[in-house]
Design a protein around this ligand. Structure first.
Ligand code: DAK
Length: 258
């Protein structure tokens, strides 16, 4: 059985980290398989991705501590780069990615969820960055994305004191959008992914790019980024479909990704 599974449900792709016995901890094999799975997603037919973990206990309980324990400085940097490159691929993936966080999201698991566009959590989810208790810093973007997602003060507490937060607190912090009983989590993620997939795909992709790229620059440049992407939509059939339908007071035809 592969350590990363891929399933397609209509226009939604589901990636499952499948190393349940180790609570889906990320070793090199999982990272390589995740990378390959992302590369193989058919972007013609897939309009939204969901990433989750196998089982009902853990999304991802971090990078694999056994594998990391003997790394040298150079190997540690290489391992960090491997994870960071893949997580950045998730973050900049052309279509939206939803993390369905089904339990522990610790260390690299919290970091993977934060590389996704949207986090939905099960009621048993638990988020944290326990790295400094292991003698390391977060290495897959946690020092950067946590502060950007929930604000600097609480992020620093979680990073320095290894404070973990449960699902409802994560929701109050804005780290997750919604919390569900574990057995309802995937249905909720699929429902949201389906809503996203039903919208004009080129416009959804451009909107993701506008938000992501705009956050990296000042407001004047950010607005320019939005203008360009907005303009590009007017070359699409989907824009004609969507606006004509509005003017004719009817629903648009299914969007064609054209
Ligand atoms: N790595 C490897 N194995 C893990 C694991 C992990 N992160 N988390 C759990 N497991 C394994 C356990 O060893 C155990 O294996 P067996 O003993 O059965 O063989 C199995 O999963 C079940 O775990 P437990 O028996 O511990 O289950 P419990 O319910 O008692 O506890 C727990 C669940 C999630 C509270 C506990 O397993 C735990 O605390 N796990 C470690 C969580 C953690 O500290 N995660 C952060 C890892 S550090 C960097 C690159 C990356 C990173 C940092 C730097 N650079 C290169 C700079 C990232 C770091 C991390 O993510």
């Amino acid at each position: 059985m592969s350590v990363v599974l891929y399933e397609q449900k209509d226009a939604v792709g589901i990636i499952t980290i499948n190393r349940e016995k180790a609570l889906n901890a990320l070793n090199s094999e999982v990272l390589d398989a995740l990378n390959k799975t992302l590369d193989e997603v058919n972007l013609e037919t897939t309009r939204c991705l969901i990433i989750t973990g196998a089982g009902q206990k853990s999304f991802v309980a971090g990078a694999d501590i056994g594998e990391m324990s003997t790394l040298t400085k150079a190997e540690g940097e290489a391992f960090g780069k491997k994870g960071n490159d893949i997580f950045r691929k998730v973050e900049t993936f052309p279509i939206p990615v939803i993390a369905a966080v089904n339990g522990f999201a610790l260390g690299g698991g919290c970091e993977l969820s934060m590389a996704c566009d949207i986090r939905l959590a099960s009621d048993n989810a638990r988020f944290g960055q326990p790295e400094v208790g292991l003698g390391i810093t977060p290495g897959f973007g946690g020092t950067q994305r946590l502060a950007r997602t929930i604000g600097v003060g609480k992020a620093k507490e979680m990073l320095y004191a290894c404070t973990q937060v449960k699902a409802e607190e994560a929701k109050a912090l804005g780290l997750v959008n919604a919390v569900y009983p574990i057995e309802e989590l995937m249905d909720a993620a699929l429902k949201l992914a389906g809503k996203i997939a039903a919208n004009a795909p080129i416009a959804v992709r451009a909107t993701k790019k506008a938000v992501n790229d705009g956050l990296q620059v000042d407001m004047d440049k950010a607005i320019e980024i939005e203008e360009k992407l907005f303009g590009s939509c007017f070359e699409t059939e989907d824009q004609k479909n969507g606006m004509t339908a509005f003017l004719e007071k009817r629903k648009p035809e299914p969007f064609l990704n054209k």
